[in-house]
Design a protein around this ligand. Structure first.
Ligand SMILES: Cc1cc2nc3c(=O)[nH]c(=O)nc-3n(C[C@H](O)[C@H](O)[C@H](O)COP(=O)(O)OP(=O)(O)OC[C@H]3O[C@@H](n4cnc5c(N)ncnc54)[C@H](O)[C@@H]3O)c2cc1C
Ligand code: FES
Length: 371
């Protein structure tokens, strides 16, 4: 009886708290009026006047100032960091997991979580002013594998882009079926910076994924889309040492761009690229990689299959990509080696473990986890 009473009280308290929280959200959304607020950027370099109540990320976006954002404002990627010097309340629980103690000390906040409710003073790096919104037309949409498509976007307005090989674009979806709101997701540019009038993206279908389902099942050649670019700090750093590259699936995209760019620049650096796939049906861009081996004198492409079918007749490397990677870097001097990796966070974490175990310094390891 006593247990029943306790359970009943817990359920009632939880229910009432839930209702109150929902009422607060509704009141905040529909009743709160923060009026016009000023956002002072970089000590008066630019001052925006915005309608209060929206997130800092979207308020800036409406004024065509774009912060990096891979999750479209869901508070999961942590890319939209921004220094807020004045005008915000204490850190929100949704921001806490995305900020380390040093960032908190430096007044860094998660811009998609912070709301503009009064005048704000913020600081953003100058290079972010180069991120632009583009209108583009789908010029090509074709299969690379059974679950990866190549999407070529012809840029219309502005008609050209300048970016560093390795950076990404934020593609905006349109509403379809039950998805009523547009979302934006990050996709690395697979074409080289020299192709200024178009960008290629390689998009792997994520089951139930909002953007990838739209691209794979609803988007058509000829349609117009919007994107924001260039974003990100995944690009080749100065150095003379060997570059070790690792990718899986659509992680091929930024490395294809980087390799083509290096070939155009006639790079002589030693480059070894490990590409992981499950079966032969997951391999693509092999001809392009072999052509790059001809153009880059010190480049070697090493595909590996983790579970080839007997009918694949696979005679190359087998096992998870960490296996050929470890075999290659163990028992040698790895001083000056840089590593560049793209793919699932699991693959990247496993590879970082192997690289650091064999003497490659963390400061020389660069990656974009695709999550
Ligand atoms: C910097 C950066 C660059 C990227 N570049 C590329 C690229 O070049 N090509 C590419 O295909 N993707 C890339 N991604 C991943 C991409 O941004 C999306 O996360 C992915 O396409 C899923 O989007 P979605 O809207 O279809 O799925 P969502 O609707 O966002 O997610 C649906 C469900 O799938 C899960 N999920 C999300 N992403 C993945 C994933 N990758 N694998 C498995 N499950 C997932 C989510 O947790 C969620 O439960 C990149 C990500 C980042 C951060
Ligand atoms: S946009 Fe991803 S956490 Fe803010």
């Amino acid at each position: 009886m006593a247990i029943k009473m306790v359970l009943l009280s817990v359920v009632s308290v939880t229910g009432i708290s839930g209702i109150l929280a929902a009422l607060l959200v509704i009141a905040e959304r529909y009743l709160a009026n923060y009026g016009e607020c000023k956002i002072d950027i970089n000590q008066g370099n630019k001052v925006l006047t915005v309608q209060g109540g929206a997130s800092l990320l979207s308020s800036l976006g409406r004024e065509k100032i774009f912060l990096p954002s891979a999750c479209g404002g869901r508070g999961t990627c942590g890319y939209c960091k921004c220094k807020v010097v004045e005008g915000v309340g204490p850190l929100l629980p949704t921001e806490e997991p995305l900020l380390d103690p040093k960032e908190r000390e430096q007044q860094i906040r998660i811009a998609c979580q912070v709301k503009v409710k009064q005048d704000l003073k913020i600081m953003i790096p100058e290079e972010l002013f180069n991120i632009k919104e583009f209108d583009a037309r789908v010029a090509v949409l074709k299969d690379l594998t059974y679950d990866i498509k190549l999407l070529r976007l012809q840029l219309l307005d502005p008609p050209e882009i300048t970016f560093k090989a390795g950076q990404y674009a934020q593609l905006q979806t349109k509403p379809y079926e039950n998805v009523k709101d547009a979302v934006s997701r990050a996709y690395s540019m697979a074409s080289p910076p020299s192709s200024q009038n178009h960008i290629d993206l390689m998009i792997r279908l994520v089951p139930e994924g909002i953007c990838t389902t739209w691209v794979h099942q609803y988007l058509k050649e000829g349609e117009q889309v919007k994107l924001i670019a260039p974003v990100g700090d995944f690009y080749v750093r100065e150095g003379e040492g060997e570059m070790i590259m690792v990718a899986g699936g659509s992680g091929m995209a930024p490395l294809a761009s980087i390799l083509e760019d290096l070939a155009e620049k006639k790079s002589e650096r030693k480059i070894t690229y490990f590409f992981g796939a499950v079966k032969k049906r997951d391999l693509f861009y092999l001809d392009e990689m072999h052509a790059l081996e001809q153009r880059l004198p010190n480049f070697r492409f090493v595909p590996a299959l983790s579970a080839p079918d007997p009918e694949d007749g696979w005679e190359g490397e087998t096992g998870l990509i960490t296996v050929p990677l470890q075999n290659y870097i163990q028992n040698r001097d790895n001083t000056g080696v840089q590593a560049y990796m793209c793919g699932s966070p699991g693959m990247i974490n496993a590879c970082v473990g192997v690289l650091t175990k064999h003497g490659i310094e963390k400061k020389n390891i660069f990656f974009d986890p695709f999550a």
